[in-house]
Design a protein around this ligand. Structure first.
Ligand SMILES: Nc1ncnc2c1ncn2[C@@H]1O[C@H](COP(=O)(O)OP(=O)(O)O)[C@@H](O)[C@H]1O
Ligand SMILES: [Mg+2]
Length: 379
């Protein structure tokens, strides 16, 4: 066992050992893939969508029956970016097959593929030249046709898929949908955080993706299994942690996966092998202190009313009715019209989210550390 290793992973995915639960969701995703169904994976940010996809891929790759391709569309701005990302991911998916790489490059010769070494990771990266007369709307379908022709089952995860709504090209959904419905060997996971937008894409009758996928709504990991996971991880490395400490972490982070992982990561890194409630509480404050300079910057980036509203939401933790007199008076927010405008701005900036999947839909502060920090400010 490596002693320099922190079992609370903060970025990416390592192995199932350090991954908590998600057994049902994993089973459902694998079942969909094996039954040639496309899945839409919805969840609020930082609950673990990307982690779940990587976990499922880890399982599938062990079986060696399916080729897994992952792309994250978050930073893409147009169809060209998308095409390049997909081309590179396809190229990366077959690293051991020299023959494949050559064939791939030959097929896409007209797009002048260039393989260069990424200066940060040191791995070969492929990019296409999509300037000039290239019909970009044909490139993604061509890549998919190419994959289809390999005659092996392929699963392609498109993470942060809602990003396509922002592309300047108008017909992205239709281009994708038309191609995707022809494919027999390629199956898809569309994953996205911006719930309202994902619902638009996949549940709106007039949209091309309407009713074409099986939805999975990822919620928080249940408290009991997260509790025993945390205990097990600490004990494995000869730490002791009290049950009340674990409960405190789960409550203080609102059980958002990233935030739970981050607090546990720091508790572990701290090195003190006896973790008490007092120590846990002190560490949580330390985490807020480390972020404080960023939070002060947020204040400069927001208007006064947006800031007041953000503080109000932090204090309430969840708000089902932000336009009532009672709420507006309590926090001296002016009028319903002002609240509406500020709230829209905060949602667009992704500082506040709207959870529409809950039985009583509500608004809340996106970053639970920011929420805890705001709660400590003078009223
Ligand atoms: N089931 C899990 N067990 C342990 N850590 C997880 C789990 N799911 C996600 N994580 C970790 O939580 C953090 C946030 O998860 P991520 O998958 O990036 O969320 P999302 O993609 O929904 O924004 C990451 O650091 C990830 O490694
Ligand atoms: Mg993600």
């Amino acid at each position: 066992m490596r002693q320099d290793f922190n079992p609370f992973i903060l970025t990416g995915y390592t192995t199932p050992e350090y991954f908590c639960n998600r057994e049902n969701e994993t089973k459902r995703l694998i079942k969909n893939i094996k039954n040639q169904q496309n899945t839409t994976l919805f969840a609020l940010r930082r609950l673990g969508k990307t982690g779940l996809i990587k976990h499922v891929f880890h399982r599938l790759q062990a079986e060696k029956k399916v080729v897994c391709i992952y792309i994250d569309l978050y930073a893409t701005r147009n169809l060209g970016d998308f095409a390049n990302l997909l081309a590179n991911a396809v190229y990366q998916a077959y690293p051991e097959k020299k023959q494949f790489a050559k064939q791939f490059i030959d097929t896409f010769k007209s797009l002048r593929p260039i393989v260069s070494i990424d200066s940060l990771s040191g791995t070969p990266e492929l990019s296409l030249d999509l300037s000039g007369n290239v019909k970009i709307e044909k490139t993604i379908p061509q890549l998919l046709t190419y994959l289809e022709a390999q005659n092996i089952p392929i699963v392609i995860a498109m993470d942060e898929f809602q990003q396509i709504v922002h592309y300047p090209e108008k017909n992205v959904e239709a281009i994708l949908r038309t191609k995707i419905q022809e494919l027999q060997n390629c199956h898809f996971i569309f994953s996205g955080s911006h719930q309202a937008m994902m619902v638009e894409i996949f549940h709106h009758v007039k949209r091309p993706f309407y009713n074409s996928t099986t939805p999975i709504n990822l919620t928080k990991i249940d408290a009991a299994s997260y509790h025993s996971f945390i205990k097990k991880m600490f004990e494995k490395y000869k730490y002791t942690i009290t049950d009340e400490s674990i409960d405190y972490v789960l409550e203080w982070t609102d059980r958002f996966t990233y935030h739970v992982q981050a607090v546990c990561h720091h508790l572990f890194a701290d090195g003190d092998k006896k973790i008490t409630l007092e120590k846990t509480q002190a560490l949580c404050l330390e985490v807020l202190k480390q972020q404080e300079h960023i939070y002060f910057q947020y204040r400069n980036l927001l208007t006064d009313t947006q800031w007041q509203l953000l503080k109000a939401f932090a204090n309430e933790e969840t708000v089902t009715q932000p336009y009532t007199k009672k709420f507006i008076l309590k926090y001296q927010l002016g009028s319903a019209a002002i609240v509406k405008r500020s709230l829209e701005a905060l949602v667009t900036k992704e500082m506040i989210y709207y959870d529409a999947s809950s039985p009583a839909p509500y608004y809340a502060v996106n970053d639970k550390f920011l929420m805890r920090w705001l709660q400590r400010l003078p009223k």
